[in-house]
Design a protein around this ligand. Structure first.
Ligand SMILES: Nc1ncnc2c1ncn2[C@@H]1O[C@H](COP(=O)(O)OP(=O)(O)OP(=O)(O)O)[C@@H](O)[C@H]1O
Length: 578
């Protein structure tokens, strides 16, 4: 019942804490039994009017000792809960983190970032209570009634049997509501995450909503979704309250039955007064552990649901080729019959052939959406579900280790990630040992040095997502970081799209310079940038329409020429109007 062996096996360390927790609870129970026995004897002797001073003092000492022991046990139990929760959080989060590393750069193909965050944060938190509270209670709830049964058997077997028989009625009642509760809870979680997603999206897009005056409409939508969520929350709470009421009825009903039994047995003369009082005092203790377990029932259900999600993530196939080959330092990158689809409905690349010659400058151009970035993503190992072949110096991309591929190829997109911190910290990612002189040299090359000198130099702070830098400044910084990386191959995917034409030309000069010593693949919508390339591939709707040098392609009077003429017209129009 709600025991996941794989989950417990995954967090092996927690087993000892759970066992110790159960043992401490059991000691607390033993102390309680001794205290109740002493009190029963005292009450009986009082009723029989043969109480002595020694008996009173002994009872007080026993009771005080039991209280102290129970207090220490309570402290010990919470310590054990804490330690097992800590072990669970640490182990599972480490496993999730290691899994993400193993999934590598293509992890987004398999799982959404928001899902990973939810599973790693909230999902693991759910299991904290599962391990810290539910599991120890589960085992204790089995042991406690059996222990009491054995003890009470020495006093009166029929009462002990009646009490023991009533205990399993609580789990039976829990099982009865379980099927219904499971459906309700999965609906509840569905609404909860959906509401959370919409809330976050609306918050992030609040400025846009204000601009289009759509906030009122979204507000109404959010209110409706919140109302739905309120209704389902109330249903869950009602279900929980009802199940608690049922458990209480069984628990107190069972205890009452035990009391009636002991009184009857006393009247019939089968037990003495002290024995009857002892049974009366302990009858509720038969049910309390199981009743407590019942109240942890929803925690266990949430724990099960989140463990399913965690294992789904941990079971994802890994293909980062940890033990794969080293990437050859030199050699052509060849795509043969390369086809790719993001989903089953639409093929994006239709079996294209391309060769990126080692040490050469190759450009990939084409209209928006023709598949340029997709091709770059495949070469970078971000997308693995392609068909056909991609090789580097004759070695299949799928056999090359991801770590080695990352050292071999540097990708600079139009939206490179910059981290919160300083300019220096971001640059050092490209080359951890680089001295300040080298960093300034690169910053000069991308025309960012002057701006940074006016700020705090290399110590200029970047806010989250570099929100205090302009789009162009971000691109320049990302370029400088890439140049520092010093890898044999560079892919620039619209890497200068946010930069003004004058600066773009200067940066393009730097890229042409780079191409003298490195293999450069340049994806650009602006054909003026690619005129000096050794080879240009023109993509059209996922096919290679043409390839050749700028002059060769113009002579062909095909797609490239059309694109070129259209852009030239636009650029000269722009100059005339300026
Ligand atoms: N993650 C994705 N999921 C589904 N479809 C996608 C995804 N990314 C891109 N696409 C689709 O694949 C096609 C090719 O996209 P790609 O980004 O490769 O084009 P592109 O030539 O680089 O375009 P642009 O010049 O506008 O950046 C597009 O039609 C796009 O809708």
């Amino acid at each position: 019942m709600m025991i996941n062996k794989r989950l417990i096996g995954t967090v092996k360390e927690s087993k000892k804490y759970i066992a110790l927790n159960v043992a401490i609870q059991w000691c607390s129970l033993a102390a309680n039994v001794v205290m109740m026995a002493a009190i029963s004897v005292l009450l009986a002797s009082m009723a029989e009017k043969n109480v002595t001073r020694t008996r009173i003092y002994t009872t007080i000492i026993i009771a005080a000792a039991a209280v102290v022991i129970r207090f220490l046990c309570a402290v010990g139990m919470s310590k054990m809960s804490y330690l097992s929760s800590k072990a669970v959080k640490k182990t599972l989060r480490e496993k999730i983190y290691e899994k993400l590393l193993k999934l590598g750069t293509s992890y987004q193909e398999k799982v959404q970032t928001s899902e990973v965050v939810q599973v790693a944060v909230e999902g693991v938190d759910q299991l904290e209570t599962y391990f810290g509270a539910y599991l120890p209670q589960f085992f204790y709830a089995m042991i406690a009634p059996l222990t009491l049964f054995v003890i009470l058997c020495f006093i009166n077997v029929p009462s002990a049997v009646v009490l023991l028989i009533c205990v399993p009625l609580i789990p039976v009642a829990i099982a009865a509501v379980q099927t219904w509760a499971k459906k309700l809870l999965s609906k509840y979680w569905g609404r909860y995450t959906a509401l959370g997603d919409t809330f976050l999206e609306n918050l992030q897009g609040l400025t846009t909503l204000k601009i289009y005056q759509a906030d009122e409409f979204k507000h109404k939508q959010m209110n409706e979704a919140s109302e739905e969520f309120r209704k389902i929350t109330m249903k869950v709470l009602t279900m929980q309250l009802n199940s608690i009421t049922i458990m209480d009825l069984i628990a107190y009903g069972g205890a009452a039955l035990g009391i009636v039994m002991s009184v009857t047995q006393f009247k019939a003369g089968h037990i003495g007064l002290a024995g009857a009082i002892f049974i009366i005092l302990l009858s509720a203790d038969f049910f309390i552990p199981m009743r407590q377990l019942g109240s942890f029932f929803h925690i266990a259900m949430n724990g099960m649901a989140s463990s399913d999600k965690i294992f789904k993530l941990l079971d994802l196939p890994e293909d980062n080729n940890e033990n794969g080959k080293e990437c050859p330092q030199d050699g052509d990158i060849v795509c043969k019959n390369l086809a790719f689809s993001y989903d089953d409905d639409r093929e994006i690349l239709h079996g294209i052939d391309m060769v990126f010659k080692s040490g050469s400058f190759t450009a990939v151009v084409g209209e928006s959406g023709c598949g340029k970035s997709t091709t770059a993503g495949i070469i970078m190992g971000h997308m693995k579900n392609y068909t056909g072949n991609v090789t580097i110096d004759g070695n299949s991309l799928s056999q090359i280790s991801e770590a080695s591929l990352m050292k071999h190829i540097t990708y600079v997109g139009h939206n490179s990630y910059l981290f919160k911190g300083t300019v220096r910290q971001n640059l050092l990612m490209g080359s951890p040992d680089a001295k300040d002189d080298k960093l300034w040299e690169m910053l000069k090359e991308v025309n960012l040095a002057d701006f940074l000198k006016g700020e705090d130099g290399l110590d200029t702070k970047l806010l989250e997502k570099a929100s205090n830098f302009s789009g162009g400044q971000c691109q320049r910084l990302a370029l400088a970081r890439a140049l520092l990386h010093d890898s044999p191959v560079y892919i620039f995917d619209e890497a200068t799209s946010n930069i003004d034409v004058e600066s773009e030309n200067e940066i393009m000069e730097r890229i042409y310079e780079l191409a003298k010593t490195k293999t450069v693949i340049l994806i650009s919508h602006r054909l003026a940038n690619v005129t000096g390339a050794d080879n240009i591939y023109v993509l059209e709707s996922g096919n290679v329409a043409e390839c050749g040098t700028h002059e060769e392609l113009l002579d062909r009077h095909g797609v490239y020429e059309k694109l070129w003429n259209a852009q030239q017209e636009l650029e000269s129009f722009g100059k005339e109007t300026a």
